[in-house]
Design a protein around this ligand. Structure first.
Ligand SMILES: Cc1cc2nc3c(=O)[nH]c(=O)nc-3n(C[C@H](O)[C@H](O)[C@H](O)COP(=O)(O)OP(=O)(O)OC[C@H]3O[C@@H](n4cnc5c(N)ncnc54)[C@H](O)[C@@H]3O)c2cc1C
Length: 457
């Protein structure tokens, strides 16, 4: 259905934010998302400025029946923040942040990036744990769970969420916390954007003035990979790690003869005292002579490296949890990575546990509390022919590695069928989410996401 020009003018007149249509010169810029190859053309993009704008866009979607996509940081692997021929509600202008260092809490608007939040909080020596990349939005990351580089010390991002303000499908602005609309609060902690548009999140802030952290690059042999995972599991909870096994990028700190060789490109973050942090790094440094060692005391925001805003990779990927990465799994990883000629290919390993694992599985809609290691596999591609080769590679690789844990983390899922989305919500989680979905969005207005269907009456 084509939206009438009159309806667009009427919408514009009632908004504080801006309406962008295909004729506007910044239309292409406004519809660009992080991943390349996602080229969809919405009829209208509304850059909302306040909850009232959000509510009006939701009403328009309800009245017209046009598909509504909600965008925060635009990093959805499935391209869920864009649609073809529908309405995009762009939250990037909703980015106010109020930090309360006395109470150690923060109210952040739903379109803020995790990097902007981390930088501002870091100036006060405070932090909330998000992911490893500053350009990701707090919106999508938080609503899916949030597995970051403080995960073992402070848990998932949702474990640091105190409250949220949500505009639901009927256009109402609701508060959700442990006492007010607790079912909604439970559902948005892992259930994604299925229940409404979060205009503000209230987070707990932790004192994280400095950390011992940075990048450690080791040669990627099977004993080093298995040893890295064993050391990360045995490490104190202050230490969280992300180990990416990949060809060494041509970075200045990597000697030229190592470029393209398989390495363990590890990000380590110890949130605690410097001496204890240095001690915690020792087992990793002993695994092999480091190719590069940039681990040092630093402020927490320094962990986030500057990003290139023009970087829009096309990728095929798989995500899973595994119970262990032993020597034979490490051999599999090395063999599979060596068998591909994709210029960028990676097996990313994140050891979980700690504070994240102490929250009961049924306490939030993210139920994978006992999962031990998250694995993300990816390869970049350019052409459709290359896509088929990379897709087959990543699919075989995933099948070879996958055993013991059937769950997945929704935020690393691509465009998945319902059966796969269900694996993100094991046990009673799916049914509970589906019942709450019926209460807050019975017509499934919010469906451009990893969709949870409303329970049948
Ligand atoms: C380079 C990169 C690094 C990443 N690193 C991590 C990591 O370390 N840890 C981790 O946990 N995840 C990580 N992710 C995954 C990331 O959490 C998800 O892709 C997430 O959905 C992105 O959120 P976004 O707001 O940027 O994306 P968007 O594409 O804008 O949104 C994603 C989904 O959330 C919905 N949504 C967003 N904001 C709102 C809102 N305010 N209200 C309602 N619905 C909303 C959207 O409608 C969409 O369905 C990474 C992704 C990338 C591309």
């Amino acid at each position: 259905m084509a939206i009438e020009r009159g309806a667009v003018l009427q919408l514009s007149a009632g908004l504080n934010g801006r309406v962008i249509v295909p004729d506007d010169k910044d239309y292409d810029e406004a519809r660009r998302v992080f991943y390349g190859g996602i080229d969809r053309r919405p009829q209208v993009i509304v850059q909302a400025k306040d909850p009232n704008d959000v509510s009006q866009v939701i009403s328009l979607a309800r009245q017209t029946g046009l598909e509504l996509a909600v965008r925060s940081g635009g990093h959805s692997f499935a391209g869920h923040s864009l649609n073809e021929g529908g309405i995009v509600l762009d939250l990037r202008e909703l980015r106010a942040l109020q930090l309360d260092p006395e109470r150690r809490t923060a109210w952040a608007e739903g379109g803020l990036t995790t990097g902007a939040y981390t930088k501002a909080a870091g100036e006060l020596g405070l932090a909330t744990g998000f992911g490893d990349t500053g350009s990701v939005g707090i919106g999508g990351l938080t609503l899916g769970g949030g597995v970051g580089i403080l995960v073992r010390k402070y848990g998932l991002t949702i474990d640091q969420l105190l409250a949220a303000e949500v505009v639901t499908a009927d256009g109402q602005l609701l508060r959700a916390d442990a006492d007010t609309n607790p079912d909604l609060f439970w559902a948005i902690r892992g259930g994604g954007g299925n229940f409404g548009v979060v205009t503000r999140f209230q987070f707990r802030l932790h004192p994280v003035a400095s950390v011992v952290g940075g990048v450690l690059i080791l040669p990627a042999t099977p004993p080093v990979i298995a040893g890295f995972i064993a050391a990360a599991e045995a490490a104190p909870e202050e230490l969280s790690t992300i180990a990416s096994i990949m060809p060494a990028p041509p970075m200045p700190m990597v000697p030229a003869e190592q470029h393209g060789q398989l390495v363990v490109f590890a990000l380590l973050v110890y949130a605690g005292e410097v001496d204890a942090g240095e001690r915690a790094m020792a087992p990793f440094r002993k695994l092999a002579t480091p190719i590069a060692d940039m681990v040092r005391p630093m402020t927490y925001p320094e962990i986030f490296v500057p990003e290139d805003g023009e970087f829009h990779p096309k990728a095929v990927a798989r995500t899973m949890f595994v119970n262990a990465i032993d020597r034979s799994a490490a051999e599999e990883i090395v063999d599979r990575l060596e068998s591909s000629d994709a210029p960028v290919r990676v097996a990313q390993l994140r050891v979980l546990g700690g504070a994240m694992a102490r929250v009961p599985a049924e306490a939030t809609a993210f139920a994978h509390r006992a999962s031990r290691i998250m694995v993300n596999l990816a390869a970049f591609y350019e052409s459709p022919e290359e896509w088929a080769v990379r897709e087959a590679w990543v699919s075989d690789f995933a099948a070879a590695l996958h055993k013991g844990d059937s769950g997945v983390y929704v935020n690393f899922l691509g465009d998945a069928p319902e059966a796969q989305v269900r694996t993100a919500y094991p046990g009673s989680t799916w049914d509970r989410l589906s019942t709450i979905k019926r209460r807050y969005d019975s017509t499934n207005l919010f469906r451009v996401n990893h969709n949870i269907l409303p329970a049948q009456p």
